[in-house]
Design a protein around this ligand. Sequence first.
Ligand SMILES: Nc1ncnc2c1ncn2[C@@H]1O[C@H](COP(=O)(O)OP(=O)(O)O)[C@@H](O)[C@H]1O
Ligand SMILES: [Mg+2]
Length: 896
Amino acid sequence: MHEGLPEGTLTLLFTDVEGSTDLTTRLGDEAAQRILRSHRQLVQRQVEQFGGQQIKGTGDGSMVAFTSARRAVECAIAIQRAVRTRNEDYPHEAIPVRIGINSGEVIREEGPDGRGDLFGATVTAAARIAAKASGDEILVAETVKGLLGAVKDLQFADRGRFRLKGFADRWHLYQVLWEREGDVSGPVLLRRTPFVGRQSEREQLRRCLEQAVRGQGSLVLLSGEPGVGKSRLAEQVAVEARDQEVLVLSGHCYEMEMLPYAPFVEILDTATRSMDRAALQVALGEGAGEVARMLPSLRKLFPDAPAPLDLPPEQERHYLFSNVLEFLERGGRERPLLLVIEDLHWADDSTLLLLQHLAQRANGMRVLVIGTYRDIELEGHYPLQRALEVLVSQRLAEQISLDCLAPAAVEAMLRALAGRPLPQQLFQLIMSETEGNPFFIEEVFKYLLEEKKLVDDSGQWRAEVIASELDVPEGVRLVIGRRLQRLSEDCHRLLTGAAVIGYNFTFDLLTSVSEMDTNTVLDCMDEAERAHLIVSGEIDSRFIFSHELIRQTLLADVSAARRQRLHLQIAEVMERAQSSAQQEIATDLSYHLSQAGDSADPRKRSRYLLLAGDRALSAAAFEDALRQYEGALSLQPKDDARMHAELRYKRGLALRSLARWEEALEDWWDALAKYEGLRDLEAVGQVSSDAARQLLWGGRYLEALELALRGLSRLGKVVSPHRCLLLGNAGLTLSVAGYYRAGAGMIREAVRLAEELGDDQLLARALVAKAVHHFSYGQTVEQAEAGRRAIELCKATGDLWDLTNALWVTLATADSLDESAALNEELESLAARLGNQGAFFFSSRAMAHRDLMLTGNISAFEEFAKQDVETCRKIGLVGLSQSYAYGGLAHFWLGR
Ligand SMILES: Nc1ncnc2c1ncn2[C@@H]1O[C@H](COP(=O)(O)OP(=O)(O)O)[C@@H](O)[C@H]1O
Ligand SMILES: [Mg+2]
């Protein structure tokens, strides 16, 4: 083996993995072997780089010889750094390594296996020195230090005298301060604290993950105070999940108003970015148009995706949710999913509705959803409170409530932070100040380190630590405040700007807002990163604050006036930067403008609120839309009648979608009157036809008729799509109410107009109206003819909602029982998918008739008649008289 080694003085380096048996118990033999193997490779690479010779390797350690003491120490540092990086990347399998180095005379001999080996007291002592080190440490004998002389870039801490087994004299050992960097004396912060504690919680989450991988997904909620470690625990699970080929996607809720479904938008965005086009297409299936409601950028990827369906709001939202979940489900067939949804205490209503939907479906999906929230902040008005009640009462979520860390975990954490054990006194002090909140611990530790209160100039722990001298500020925010004060003025100012922008921010936006030159901004960002206040995020050069509490502390320190000015500035920069895609930034912009106070132009504010409202409405986020429209209306100068009319029309739509019919009607009538005053016939047509359609969907026939007739009276003989729709809807309502001639005339006109306009979708709708009209009067030949044409047209235009209506109205006129069965099959699956109760109802009638004819089972028909009355009452459909007639008929046949 090592023939190249000369006789005489050598430097020996021993590595030893701390807790390798522990690793086996924890992760199993196979995993432990794999980890140790990759560890050996890591050591081997460094040894080769520094010209060392591996003498022998044990399972979890190795013995290496060097001809140069300096290279041995440098190699040791390189090993520790590489180990640290690996441990940070795989924290659940982190393995601290201790290293001992000794120099002296060695004896070379052939070992029993014929291979060369090294022996002697120097070798034994090196092994014993390694055993004295604790994880992450490099200890060297005094001789090593002596051989190195005064080397500028290597620093040592005197660790005092140690007894080594088998040696009479005590050995003076030194610690190589390999973590020393920059001007900080003593331990240097790890980029990330190695994960500690939380055994039982991790077990529980691991179980949930295993089940999810097997197809039995669930929702787990992690709650606890800020900084207690919710995000970190979720992240820890994510690391383990990735090892099992699980796709991890995370999304955040924010304190400020954001896009509706913000965390899901983030998740969908990351998901679409992480798939190639073909996989994406498979996952989207036919749902691209719907998913794009939530994630409009998808349209750019798939410009040919069908337009989203025109559905009644209740079904619209349901259908959108189903499509989003189906997308995730299909995506999950390739790889199971872990979704992490952060900070649910800030979630909006629409996000929570989607989450509930997801929780209901998760059991059959390969998905684990982890949601985090601060329980102490729930007393307020957060929508999460209500959602939790539902989730808990329906057993849709498992809950894990996190407490602060136990003393043993705190000790481990501090040891990892410091790179060596902390004196008991110091540990006690930090424990009592922070009560074991890990974020607080980190901040206090950083603070003490920065203030040079932990170690003296030689890197030794201060002998006596007195609480009052340490002067730990009470409360985590005060500690952060002190740490912020240490920053340069530029850096502090820049971070304040960043905090006003939000939890994450881009370099470009921040630079424009800061009015500093790029180099200064870069320097400041470096400074902030070094202080662990911000970290660079994963997506498009974004930065995020290391913790929301840091941002909140920065914000608390800004005067209201300055904050408002900053918000205004941010809005202006955003507006200038992105004038082309206004809708996409409308929500952010209106937020900043609204925070800018009176200095922001109210017209501009209401314009962006309107856009934000439109964005929300098109994503079926009705609550958000309503809030935005209301905000806009409250700002709207009364002299702008057109804008006012538009806002009321749209607020009406939002209100109706939330089943607040009376207020919606008030808005629509007002909008109509305003547009009439402006003589804007197009808008009059739009509002009246749209409102009438909504009212019909809601079963409010009289009000629909009233609005439709008003619209028609204003439109005169104009040839327009709106008039066509109005005629069809008004005609249908009149006809069903018994006004045969008036109804028939209007419907005929609607069909003619649609043909004149050459619009197949309009024609299909007019024909559905015609078919229903004939159905109401038992004119089956005409009913069948109009119905069949409508079916064809609806299929051609992709108008699925009207297709369900065309199907049920044609069903009853089928020429054969087989044909009716075929139509019904099509209808049932479509009606279920879209949630069309009415179509279901009619299909059940048709099928009851069919069964009666085939079986002659009158009792079954009587049973159906009873059900029919119930359903009719429940969904408020006309046709109750028929239900009674069915019942009566059954009784007659049964001779009662
Ligand atoms: N179990 C843990 N082991 C090590 N560090 C932790 C642990 N839990 C939390 N931390 C650290 O404490 C800080 C706050 O944790 P975080 O998960 O962000 O808190 P929360 O999400 O509850 O507000 C983070 O820097 C995190 O790395
Ligand atoms: Mg968190």
